[in-house]
Design a protein around this ligand. Structure first.
Ligand SMILES: C[S@@+](CC[C@H](N)C(=O)[O-])C[C@H]1O[C@@H](n2cnc3c(N)ncnc32)[C@H](O)[C@@H]1O
Length: 304
């Protein structure tokens, strides 16, 4: 399954601004993701890839959140909206899908991570203005991205047009309930998103080891988890069973990555669950279900 037919996916009149290293580029190299997501890609290029970190975190997360079996993906052509460094891309490929992996930033790093693979076509483009023909993908997949666009509802409306009739969708948004809003992230973001990303990143690196110790200790006392969640700006995954085989240093690196990922993006606007459903119905996608979890909202086509 290769993308020798890439041009067939392009809508009339859509031409890349440039084509470099096998990546068609429909947006300039600088974007609002430069400095935040792009900086993470550069500093932690392979951190999130199961093949590199020795976990099955991404695989398990995709299966858990989509509720689809690996066989469901096989032979499908997927539009991956916001691929980042490619941690989900490699899993989708492993399931036997071919993937049109789009991001506004860092696609060169994702391409390097995945290596030579003609079943993946990386594209530098905005998921608010994709160059593809409507109804041309079996699956539209958007994981951990939509709330980071300036107008998430418009973005959702836009990407849903690319699924074929009878195709499937998986859309993730952060939840907008109390567990999210009481967290340290949202009170801090009005300040941190305006800071120079390099300085913010170095600041987080500076306190990460201390915060790791404090949050690990607090977790062991009653009420400590709530204190960590609300007051201490550090993501400590030492307790997470998917990371149990990682060293403390590796867990701290994930903590630095995810803390910066929470505090630096210019946009973080979760979509209300019912709004997600409304757009699915607008696009005639009726065989969908909404799952509201404490930290995330998931909209997906029901498994057969
Ligand atoms: C939190 S990361 C998630 C990446 C990947 N899906 C993952 O789960 O690791 C969010 C990604 O969305 C991308 N992004 C933000 N706005 C975008 C847009 N308008 N078009 C395409 N990608 C965008 C960022 O560049 C970043 O790579």
């Amino acid at each position: 399954m290769s993308f020798h037919d890439f041009d067939e996916f392009l809508a009339e009149g859509k031409k890349p601004l440039s084509f470099k290293d096998g990546i068609p580029r429909f947006t300039p190299d600088e974007s609002y993701s430069t400095g935040n997501f792009a900086l993470l890609r550069e500093n932690h290029a392979t951190l999130q890839l199961d093949s590199k970190n020795g976990t099955t975190d991404r695989r398990d997360t995709i299966l858990d959140r989509t509720k689809w079996s690996p066989e469901f993906f096989k032979g499908k052509t997927i539009l991956e909206c916001g691929c980042g460094a490619g941690p989900d891309t490699e899993i989708l490929r492993g399931f036997g899908a071919r993937v049109m992996a789009v991001d506004i930033a860092g696609v060169d790093i994702a391409k390097r991570n995945l290596g030579d693979d003609d079943g993946v076509q990386f594209v530098q483009a905005s998921i608010m203005d994709l160059p593809f023909k409507p109804q041309s993908f079996d699956i539209v997949f958007c994981h951990r991205v939509i709330m980071h666009t300036p107008a998430p509802e418009k973005t959702l409306d836009h990407i849903l047009q690319f699924v074929k009739p009878g195709g499937a969708i998986f859309i993730h948004s952060y939840a907008s309930g109390p567990a999210q809003t009481w967290r340290w992230k949202y009170p801090l973001r009005p300040f941190t998103k305006k800071l120079d990303p390099e300085k913010l990143y170095n600041f987080i690196c500076g306190y990460a080891h201390g915060a790791f110790k404090v949050t690990s200790a607090l977790r062991k006392i009653p009420g400590g988890r709530v204190i960590n969640h609300v007051l201490i700006p550090f993501m400590n995954f030492r307790h997470a069973k998917q990371f149990k085989n990682l060293t403390d240093e590796q867990v701290i690196e994930i903590g630095v990555h995810d803390t910066f990922d929470a505090l630096s993006p210019p946009y973080d606007k979760p979509i209300p669950p019912q709004t997600m459903l409304k757009y699915a119905h607008k696009h005639g996608l009726d065989n969908v279900e909404l799952e509201k979890r404490q930290m995330v909202t998931l909209l997906r086509t029901k498994a057969a």
